[in-house]
Unconditional design. Structure first.
Length: 204
């Protein structure tokens, strides 16, 4: 996946529906339900032994550098019924971009003790906060230093759009995407994820 030198300011690109994104092309990535095998929750493993809940089947990704040098990603995917917050037996939608901290960290296992993964995590009830997380395997997610990270979102015409911004950040060599559809019961390790790491090629 090429990282486009957009020539647009970070501020204009922060608007997911903004004109700055018009005419920029990215890639459509297929998503598949994360396997239930290996989930750390015994309840999840028992409740979904016949198969994981199904959410989004694809996500559009555009990767750019702003004129100020920020690395930014816009994700967009269809969702006919957005889920904004937690409720009784209700879960919010969410999305994350994952990066191997080094080498080819195991993606489906969310990294390992020797090869952790870093995540940028968005949820609509976080009021624009982008959570920086790290993981060394399923069930091991912890908060990390998120300085310079932000996320802004919009829902329009049956589609979520989320822009992640890393101020002054380097372009990671690889990335993967995960999407949670709360209305389908996806939460925690139950998610839809790209099947492999995607190479990122910096235009600079």
């Amino acid at each position: 996946m090429k990282v486009i030198d957009s020539g647009e300011s970070s501020e204009s690109l922060e608007d997911p529906k903004g004109q700055a994104w018009q005419g920029l092309s990215g890639e459509t990535l297929a998503l598949e339900p994360a396997p239930v095998d290996g989930q750390p929750s015994r309840y999840v493993a028992a409740a979904y032994q016949s198969g994981a809940p199904t959410g989004a089947s694809e996500v559009d990704v555009i990767a750019v550098r702003s004129s100020g040098g920020d690395f930014m990603l816009r994700l967009s995917w269809p969702d006919g019924d957005p889920d904004i917050a937690y409720g009784e037996r209700k879960f919010p939608d969410a999305a994350a971009v994952m990066f191997p901290a080094s080498g080819d960290a195991p993606l489906q296992e969310m990294g390992s003790p020797d090869q952790p993964v870093n995540l940028w995590y968005w949820r609509p009830d976080l009021d624009g906060e982008c959570q920086a997380l790290t993981a060394t395997g399923l069930g091991s997610v912890e908060r990390a230093d998120g300085g310079g990270l932000s996320a802004k979102s919009a829902y329009d015409d049956g589609k979520w759009m989320v822009v992640f911004r890393n101020q002054g950040g380097d372009v990671p060599g690889k990335a993967a995407v995960a999407v949670w559809e709360g209305g389908a019961g996806q939460r925690g390790g139950l998610k839809s994820v790209t099947g492999s790491w995607q190479n990122l090629e910096d235009a600079q």
